[in-house]
Write a new protein. Sequence first.
Length: 142
Amino acid sequence: MSKVEITDRLSFVIVILFYFSTIVVGYFFIDSTSHSGMIKKNEKMLIHLVLIQFKDDVSAEDFQKITDAAYSLQAIPGVEALNFGQNVSPEGLTQGYEHSLTMKFSNATDRDSIYLPHPVHQKFVELFVLHTESVLVYDFWE
């Protein structure tokens, strides 16, 4: 019976050493601020929301070109996230805006000085404007 007691004590000591070493390594050797891809929980993001009312005569081929061009915007430096989608609200309050383009930026400089004048954005605008009836742009901090 003494072998069981020794095994139990040894197991307990091993578990304690494991948890203690995990805490020490986590506290002293892992730098959580060095992960540039991670967004801090309390960091606000600038949301760039574009509501779109397309012309009635937009062909499926043209709409696919617009969709592809919209998603090409995520290649622009500073664009943290992008979504292009169709309204699915059942409320009937769209006022003709059936699609949206939403982007997230870490700061206003990325939107104003990098994204807006970027050639990829300018090319998108040239294509996009030809096929829209109305556009509403609304930016806010999240």
